[in-house]
Design a protein around this ligand. Structure first.
Ligand SMILES: Cc1ncc(COP(=O)(O)O)c(C=O)c1O
Length: 373
């Protein structure tokens, strides 16, 4: 689908210049319609639902796998990034004296699950953010032979810095450590494939750049890692004979489904499925190119207006859909209110204004923002 044609699928465009995908998606119509259909079907027929929703969930698992070049067996449906990261943090066989590396500018979703393993004798080390960048050499400098894992975001939420996951994956694998990624600020906006970038785990949530609802997401677990993660929660849906309700000795499934103990959040996952279909129909390469072209226009407009750009922009490979800036005179809090009054939706994060356009935004949306500066 042509990205410009797709704009009509986003009701938010009739009301706002919506530049806040790093905060939450404004749901596209096909996502809302898919969820509506599910709810209407349940209301009309209950257990006699017309559609076999289990078949649709299987399609959605395959769609999630396709989005990142994985196999359906490597996908675990979750409710949030935190849910997925906790499956990893709680399931690894930590030994006292082990350590892991996190980074300074991470969103807390990618910190607390790791701090929680301190009580198992694991040390948590923080890589510094220098000049808003988390440098691979700084991560390397913190590693030693007891480093078991590096936990980092695809894109940093407060700066838009796109971490060098290829270099981090190489580093981790040379040193015998795992790489665990919080993908939420990148997936849906930037191309990513586990075939090219062999991370061990990746947790995401449909609610931002993936253009899906809040409360549905997935965790990718590299196939070899599935048996190495202790399932901290087990249940009837995670076993091989899940439909045989009268036996209790069924083994766990070999796939990521073993980490899904009970019934899934159907309506959320159905929304996520429709969202992934939309992303794939526009094309991930096209989406990334458009987002970077839009942020080029934004950055140039901010520079002309003497705004200080806090996002690292020296190299294209470190760019993402997020651009953070400050105005030379107007405090960011005042500016955020002015933008809201002008129908421009952005986020205030600390001292900076964070702008995050998606593929269906236009240059006019950006000029609506720039005109207020
Ligand atoms: C980098 C990052 N990770 C995670 C989250 C959300 O975490 P969760 O899906 O656990 O609610 C956010 C934003 O809300 C975020 O910016």
């Amino acid at each position: 689908m042509d990205p410009i044609d797709a704009r009509s699928l986003f009701p938010v465009t009739q009301h706002y210049a919506y530049l806040n995908h790093a905060s939450a998606a404004a749901l596209p119509a096909p996502v809302v319609q898919a969820m509506d259909r599910y709810l209407a079907d349940q209301a009309r027929s209950g257990s006699q639902a017309l559609v076999d929703w289990d078949d649709r969930l299987e399609e959605i698992r395959r769609l999630a796998a396709r989005l990142i070049g994985a196999h359906r067996d490597e996908i675990v449906f979750t409710s949030s990034v935190s849910h997925g990261l906790n499956i990893v943090a709680a399931g690894l066989d930590w030994r006292p004296g082990d350590n892991l590396i996190c980074a300074e500018t991470e969103f807390p979703a990618n910190v607390y699950p790791w701090l929680n393993v301190q009580r198992r004798g694991v040390e948590v080390r923080f890589a510094p953010a220098r000049g808003h960048r988390i440098r691979v050499e700084d991560v390397a400098g913190l590693m030693d032979r007891r480093t078991r894992l590096v936990a980092i975001s695809f894109v940093e939420f407060s700066t838009g810095y796109r971490n060098d996951l290829d270099a981090l994956a190489d580093l981790c694998h040379q040193r015998g450590a795992y790489l665990c990624v919080d993908g939420i600020q990148g997936l849906g906006a930037l191309q990513f494939s586990v075939a090219d970038t062999p991370v061990d785990f990746l947790a995401t949530h449909a609610a931002k750049w993936m253009l899906g609802p809040i409360g549905a997401g997935f965790l990718y677990v590299r196939r070899e890692m599935i048996p190495r993660l202790e399932p901290v929660m087990t249940g009837w849906r995670g076993v091989v004979d899940r439909d045989d309700y009268f036996r209790y000795d069924s083994p766990l499934r070999d796939s990521g489904e073993r980490f899904e103990p009970g019934s899934l959040h159907h309506v959320g996952l159905i929304g996520m499925g429709a969202a992934i279909e939309l992303l794939l129909s526009v094309g991930l390469a096209e989406i990334e190119a458009r987002i970077l072209a839009l942020t080029d226009v934004l950055i140039a407009g901010l520079q002309v207006r003497n705004c200080s750009i806090e996002t690292p922009i020296a190299h294209r490979r470190e760019r993402s859909g997020i651009v953070c800036f400050r105005h030379p005179q107007v405090p960011s809090g005042v500016l955020a209110e002015r933008l809201l009054a002008a129908g421009v939706i952005i986020s205030l994060r600390g001292e900076v204004i964070r702008v995050s356009p998606h593929f269906y935004n236009t240059e006019e949306d950006l000029y609506q923002l720039l005109d207020q500066l």
